[in-house]
Write a protein that binds this ligand. Structure first.
Ligand code: S3P
Length: 258
């Protein structure tokens, strides 16, 4: 056997061992998850991940590989988190609520905590149309925008293990709600009118709230929409005076309690 073949044989043997150990590790990860669920312990403990990263470095015999080891373990920890969230939440998490309720920022945070994919329906619409929401409203009006929104949501019919942040008006259409509910749990991010005004007073990207000084429009829209958000959502979260991470963690807790 020449040297190349010998080295390849060693690699094949290592791979076999790695796969067996990887499987064993993933099984242990699921056992930890089951224990935490049963004892109502916090599912994600970032300190534990930091500890693991520190510990594995001390197992190395040759320090030249510490960078490679760190990138391997970052990936392993991500995979473990994703496996756990797939088990815990075998559905999409759909964020609904009024403009300015924080659906996009909370959605991104939630997706990163759970290693889930993330989709924002407004982003999908602008990517498909290749123009901004403002431009869509000025060329095709609200009705034109709603048509594109319906197409965007219909394209999410088969999406799985994803956090979906919806435009505030998306769930006013029953057909959209049906699609979103089919594979997902709807989480309503509640926000007070005062908070909406504060958060969006300098915003120029929401054509429906162009005139924020007209409180009547806001009150009328809220009055029409709140009962719908209330009726279709499985989880309700008050977001006033809360940080994004706090809201994301609260969603995880409430989903686990469903
Ligand atoms: C809308 C909300 C917006 C966007 C569009 C219309 C609405 O999304 O879809 O401007 O009708 O509430 P955000 O809720 O993400 O701001």
């Amino acid at each position: 056997m020449d040297n190349l073949e010998k080295a390849r044989k060693i690699i094949d043997d290592c791979d076999q061992k790695i796969v067996a150990i990887f499987e064993e590790r993933l099984e242990a990860v699921l056992e930890v998850l089951a224990y935490k669920k049963e004892h109502k312990l916090s599912i994600f403990q970032p300190e534990r991940e930091e500890n693991i990263l520190k510990k594995i470095n001390s197992y190395l015999t040759d320090e030249q590989y510490s960078g490679e080891l760190e990138s391997l373990y970052k990936q392993i920890l991500k995979i473990s988190r994703k496996l756990q969230s797939k088990k815990m939440f075998p559905f999409n998490i759909v964020l609904i609520g009024f403009m300015g309720s924080g659906k996009s920022s909370v959605g991104k945070e939630l997706a990163s905590l759970l290693e889930m994919d993330y989709v924002d329906t407004d982003e999908l619409i602008t990517q498909n149309a290749k123009i901004s929401i403002n431009e869509i409203f000025s060329t095709s009006g609200e009705a034109g925008f709603r048509r594109l929104e319906r197409d965007a949501i219909a394209s999410l019919r088969d999406v799985k293990n994803t956090v979906i942040a919806c435009g505030g008006g998306a769930v006013l259409v029953a057909e959209n709600v049906e699609i979103l509910k089919d594979n997902g749990k709807l989480v309503w991010l509640q926000v007070s009118p005062l908070e909406v005004t504060n958060r969006l007073k300098a915003d120029t990207q929401r054509p429906l709230l162009k005139d924020m000084s007209n409180t009547e429009t806001l009150v009328e829209m809220l009055g029409r929409r709140l009962p719908i958000y209330n009726e279709i959502s499985q989880i309700k979260i008050d977001t006033d005076d809360k940080e994004t991470t706090e809201i994301a963690k609260e969603i995880i807790e409430k989903l686990l309690a469903l």
